[in-house]
Design a protein around this ligand. Structure first.
Ligand code: ARG
Length: 459
């Protein structure tokens, strides 16, 4: 069939060339935005007298019917159309005849696609926002429900200092709050209307871009027509924000994988979020966490792919840009799915505080507190640090822990040691003494929970 753009050429292209050129399989999901955008365009054309008012009304009505028919299933996408824009215009023209052919006045597919994509992504950003919010709520709940759980905190994956499990979980809540902030920042720049930039240079018709942008709930219009049709930094920004979000989900996933191993056994995942092995009957595998970790690579790849596709493009529109949608849709879909699984997986995991405490009691995790004890009694920190190290070494030789190391032996290292040392190196006390703001004491964790809740209120 001859193309809608047949004219200068016959509109006949090679079949594989058509396949390469076609984007309807990917962009058909923007049908709603495309139709709403076209309705606003028709309204603007009518208001400005660029087309007769009654034609504008007919276009708006005809577009509404197409939307209804697509949603009811009465109409399905014609995959032989090049893209969603061509499809909608083709159906409209089939249905309305010459009136349908008036719609594409004073616009181009270049500004149309940029418009649709901005509208589509701002809607997706809303859904992402709700999902991030939901995950933060789950994390706060997990924190609140485990206020007594003490675990080893790690650096270099070596036991470092005892912490409350909620302190660890809340760290992720903080990251997710920033992820949400990054997304809403990028929506601010995204919500600028390119429609009316036309092919690249603007148009000779007396359009009202501000009116059209207002109908579509944009905050502003792109002030340079070339910029409006040729940049996709809003996609890249969103994918950057999603890459960082995925990096956070991936780190959390890695910890879930570790914590649910027999080596740690800090948590047990619900059966709903694990799989078995086809050969090893004892297995309960954390596949969902592994997949979230794995899919993070995909989202980075989407970002890298689009950055690379754009780096050499001369202004303004080039067909390379059609690749934007596959990348950004994949990043959005992946992040949404991962958030949707992460929230209930975290919500339903069983926390095993006894195992956490046992792990915290090994590994001389209170050695810093031992040094701090001597400092409180007047010893310079470096000296106290050295003595504590020597005591740890002696414990290892003797098969003892600091809690059971006899007082006479302590006093052999320093006269400053007294019976109250045991109080100071008790694991729970070590946690509770970390009263600095943002630290791991119960009081500080409660303050953090209240703070996160306040953020959620304003989100
Ligand atoms: N399907 C195209 C895309 O996604 C729409 C814009 C086409 N513009 C053009 N001049 N061929 O980029």
């Amino acid at each position: 069939m001859a193309k809608m753009w047949a004219g200068r050429t016959s509109g006949e292209t090679d079949q594989l060339a058509d396949e390469l050129n076609s984007s309807i399989g990917v962009d058909c999901r923007m049908y709603r935005q495309d139709i709403r955008g076209s309705q606003a365009h028709a309204a603007m054309l009518g208001k400005q007298g660029i087309i007769p008012k009654k034609d504008a009304d007919q276009l708006i009505e005809g577009l509404e019917k197409i939307l209804e028919d697509l949603e009811s299933g009465a109409l399905s996408f014609d995959m032989s159309c090049e893209d969603i824009h061509m499809f909608v215009e083709q159906v409209l023209t089939e249905r309305l005849g010459d009136v349908g052919k008036r719609l594409h006045t004073a616009r181009s597919r270049n500004d149309q696609v940029a418009l649709d994509l901005r509208m589509y992504l701002r809607d997706e950003a809303k859904e992402l926002h709700a999902l991030i919010r939901e995950l933060i709520e789950v994390l706060v709940r997990v924190a609140e429900q485990n206020m007594k759980a003490v675990m080893p905190g790690y650096t270099h994956l070596q036991r470092a200092q005892p912490i409350l499990f909620p302190q660890h979980i809340l760290a992720y809540a903080m990251m997710l709050l920033r992820d949400d902030g990054r997304l809403s920042d990028c929506v601010k720049r995204m919500n600028v209307s390119p429609i009316g930039c036309c092919a690249l240079a603007g148009t000779t018709y007396e359009t009202d871009r501000v009116y059209e942008a207002g109908l579509l709930e944009f905050d502003d219009i792109a002030m340079n027509s070339i910029d409006g049709v040729s940049d996709r930094d809003f996609c890249l920004e969103m994918m950057s924000a999603l890459s960082i979000l995925m990096m956070h989900l991936s780190r959390f996933s890695e910890e879930i994988v570790l914590w649910s191993s027999w080596e740690f056994k800090f948590i047990e995942l619900s059966d709903n979020y694990t799989t078995g092995s086809s050969i090893m009957p004892q297995k309960k595998n954390p596949d969902m966490a592994e997949l979230i970790r794995g899919k993070t690579g995909r989202v980075y790849g989407d970002l890298m792919g689009l950055l690379t596709a754009f780096k050499g493009l001369p202004l303004a529109y080039n067909k390379d840009m059609q690749e934007d949608k596959q990348a950004v849709f994949d990043a959005v879909d992946t992040a949404k799915l991962c958030l949707q699984v992460m929230a209930p997986m975290a919500d339903t995991m069983r926390v095993l505080p006894d195992n956490m405490l046992k792990a915290a009691q090994g590994g001389f995790i209170n050695a810093t507190d031992l040094a701090d004890y001597l400092v409180k009694k007047g010893m310079p920190f470096r000296t106290a640090y050295k003595i504590s190290g020597e005591i740890v070494a002696d414990c290892i030789r003797e098969g003892l822990v600091l809690e059971s190391y006899p007082i006479e032996k302590y006093r052999g290292y320093s006269e400053l040691f007294e019976e109250d040392v045991y109080e100071d190196i008790n694991i729970e006390n070590c946690v509770e003494k970390r009263i600095s703001r943002g630290g791991t004491s119960t009081a500080s964790v409660k303050e953090q929970i209240a703070w996160v809740r306040a953020q959620l209120e304003n989100m």
